[in-house]
Design a protein around this ligand. Sequence first.
Ligand code: SF4
Ligand code: SF4
Length: 259
Amino acid sequence: MLKFECTLCGKCCDAGGPEVTIEEAMRFADLFPLSVRIVAARKGKNPDELIKHVKTFGHRLRAGPPGVTPYIYHVYGTIMVTVPEGLACPALKDKPCSLHPDKPLACSTAPFAGGVPQRLQQAAYKRWADWECIDHKDGEMIFDGKKITNTGYLRHYKQTYNAIKLDQKLFAAFWPQIPKDVLPDILEMATTQHSLLPFAEMLPILRDSGRYDDVTLKRLITSQNRLLEGLAQKVPDEPVRGPIHWHMQLALKRWQAQL
Ligand code: SF4
Ligand code: SF4
């Protein structure tokens, strides 16, 4: 059972950016620095129920490279808006969100997660406890413990689910293209947490998909290059600040190589 009230306070937006669909990534490329988020679900490591669910997104069993991870059941991708730790979502210029009500699907679906089955939502929405909007005294009952009962949230959840499912075709095509120099680290990390790769790595897949013309892709490269350069200036070079800093440097290098 979940009671929920969103007051558009923006606290969850202070904690970084949302996940977006590929279509949203292209639409908001001038605003959001973007990464590919890879989650690998492995039998024996992740709950069977989760593995069953993620397989419905159309991925098959894939073997990891020798000596790393023998069997990966599923590799699931999303696009993350990526900002260094401590920075808010770039759309939070004022409160509420500057994109509201046309914000990304994941934000309209919150506190539910579009990539998680309805019966497992309790685990997904618990992170909202930090922001005090779940079990809010004025909140409306929107989840009965097994399914979403509010029609508005259910509609957003289904839209998000369908968009994620559509995107998985491109992520499935991307999987064999993940650069060999980073693949072992991704597989090792991704069974327990997600890994991030620069969105630039997906350019050949986006091109081959026929969904985007060269002008749109060129705009994407130019926008991401500009955004990442701006962010890199905000992050001091020394000491190196962990994976996000590394990720931004790699992203910049790879986007610049496309220009
Ligand atoms: S979901 Fe919660 S934290 Fe986020 S804007 Fe709404 S009330 Fe605030
Ligand atoms: S897009 Fe808007 S609602 Fe979503 S995290 Fe950013 S500021 Fe918040």
